[in-house]
Design a binder for this molecule. Structure first.
Ligand code: FAD
Length: 343
C-alpha cells in the first residue's frame, strides 16, 4: 500500500478545484483495502472518491485520507434466456460499462450513457437520466465495512433507492466502500424513449429501427449538446436536486407564477424543476467572480477557471436563499460537500 502525503486533487474533481489532501491512497486490490483497514490513524478522517464528478471541496487543505477507488474488472456471474447478471468492480468508469453492455447487446443502462464517474458511485445517488434510474437494474451492491472489516452484500431492497438517494448516501455514508455492483441486464430489450428529446434526436439522426445502441447514441448526442464538458468548463452536472413540494403549496405558487412547471409524484406531492426556480430568480448565465451559473443550464454551476470551492459554495448559498425567499422552497444540494468541519 502506498500512502502519498499532501497531494493535489485538482485532477480528481470535475470542478477542477485545486485542493490538497493530507494523505492519498489508491485502492486497486482487495489486499490494499484490507491493509488500509488496519491503519486506524489514516482512517480517522477519510473521504472516498471514484471520478470526483459529484463532489465539491470547500477547503484548500482537507485534513483527511482520500481513498481513490480503482478496483477494476467485470464478469458474468449468471445467465438465463432473458437476463444476464454482471458483476462490475467499483473503479470501472460508468460510461465504459454502458458501452460494454451495449456491445454485448444487454439492455437496461443505455439511457444512462455518458454520465461521468465510476460504477461504484452509481448506486450511491441512484444516478438517473432520460427516464431511467440505475436502481432498476441493480441486483446487489457489495461493499467493505470499515468498522467490522468484512464484505457486506446489499440486495436491491436493502439499497432503498429513491430519487438521487439510497442507503449509501444516508445510513452508510462513508462507513462502507462499495467494491462492486451486480447488474441484472436484459437480453430482450424494453426501449424507453418517452423522456426528453430522445425521439426527436433519433429522427434527426435518421434512425428508424430502435436499438439500445441507437438510444445510447441519441442520449450521448443530446448530452454533448446540452451539458458543459467538465474538461473544458469545470462543473459537477446538476448542482441541486429537483425539490418535492405539497400540492397545496404548489397551488398557492401557481396563483402568482402561472407557468410554474411540475411533475406529479402522488396524490399529495409534485416535483418542481430546480432549474426553472433558479432561472426565475435571475441566476441563469450570471457570473460572480470566477464562477457562475451556466448560460443554458440553470441547474449547473460552473468554474471559469480560478474559483475556489468556497466561492462555488457561497454562490450556491445565494441561490438557495433567493429561491427560498421567492418560492418558499428549500433547495437541496445534489453535489457532496467535503469540508474539515464535517469530520
Ligand atoms: C457533466 C456531468 C453530468 C452529470 N450528469 C448526471 C446525470 O445525468 N445523472 C446523475 O445522476 N448524475 C449526474 N452527474 C453526477 C455524477 O456523475 C454522478 O453522481 C456519479 O455517479 C458520480 O460518480 P463519481 O465516481 O465521480 O463519484 P465521486 O464524485 O467520486 O463521489 C460521489 C460520492 O460518492 C462517494 N463514493 C464514490 N465512490 C464510492 C465508493 N466506491 N464507495 C463508497 N462511496 C463512494 C463519495 O464519497 C462521494 O460522497 C453528472 C456529473 C457531471 C460532471
Amino acid at each position: 500500500m502506498i500512502v502519498q502525503q499532501n497531494v493535489s486533487i485538482k485532477h480528481l474533481n470535475t470542478f477542477g478545484i485545486d485542493f490538497k489532501v493530507d494523505n492519498y491512497v489508491i485502492i486497486d486490490t482487495m489486499q490494499v483495502l484490507k491493509t488500509l483497514s488496519e491503519e486506524k490513524k489514516l482512517l480517522k478522517h477519510k473521504i472516498q472518491v471514484g471520478g470526483g464528478s459529484n463532489i465539491l471541496c470547500v477547503e484548500e487543505q482537507l485534513h483527511a485520507t482520500l481513498i481513490h477507488n480503482q478496483l477494476k474488472g467485470k464478469k458474468v456471474i449468471k445467465e438465463t434466456e432473458a437476463h444476464v447478471w454482471v458483476e462490475v468492480m467499483a473503479g470501472e468508469k460508468w460510461h465504459d460499462f454502458v458501452l460494454y453492455a451495449i456491445e454485448n447487446n444487454w439492455g437496461g443502462v443505455e439511457n444512462l450513457s455518458l454520465i461521468p464517474g465510476t460504477v461504484g458511485a452509481a448506486p450511491i445517488q441512484n444516478i438517473g437520466a432520460y427516464g431511467v434510474e440505475v436502481g432498476t437494474c441493480v441486483e446487489e451492491v457489495r461493499a467493505w465495512n470499515w468498522n467490522d472489516k468484512e464484505l457486506l452484500k446489499f440486495k436491491k431492497d436493502d439499497c432503498k433507492f429513491g430519487y438521487r438517494t439510497s442507503v449509501f448516501k444516508e445510513k452508510w455514508k462513508q462507513k462502507i466502500l462499495i467494491t462492486s455492483v451486480v447488474f441484472k441486464l436484459d437480453k430482450q430489450h424494453h426501449f424507453n424513449t418517452t423522456y426528453g428529446a430522445i425521439t426527436q434526436e433519433l429522427e434527426k439522426m435518421g434512425i428508424s429501427t430502435l436499438s439500445i445502441k441507437a438510444i445510447s447514441d441519441a442520449v450521448t448526442s443530446i448530452r454533448k449538446s446540452k451539458l458543459p464538458n467538465p474538461e473544458e468548463l469545470g462543473n459537477a452536472g446538476s448542482f441541486f436536486k429537483n425539490p418535492t413540494i405539497k400540492i397545496s403549496h404548489f397551488k398557492e405558487l401557481q396563483k402568482e407564477h402561472t407557468l410554474i412547471p411540475s411533475y406529479t409524484l402522488d396524490a399529495q406531492h409534485v416535483k418542481v424543476p430546480a432549474g426553472w426556480l433558479i432561472e426565475q430568480c435571475g441566476w441563469k448565465g450570471k457570473k460572480i467572480g470566477a464562477c457562475g451559473v451556466h448560460k443554458d443550464q440553470a441547474l449547473v454551476i460552473v468554474n471559469y477557471g480560478k474559483a475556489s470551492g468556497n466561492d462555488i459554495y457561497q454562490l450556491s448559498e445565494s441561490i438557495i436563499q433567493d429561491v427560498q425567499s421567492k418560492f418558499n422552497i428549500l433547495l437541496e444540494r445534489e453535489v457532496q460537500i467535503l469540508s474539515n468541519r464535517l469530520f
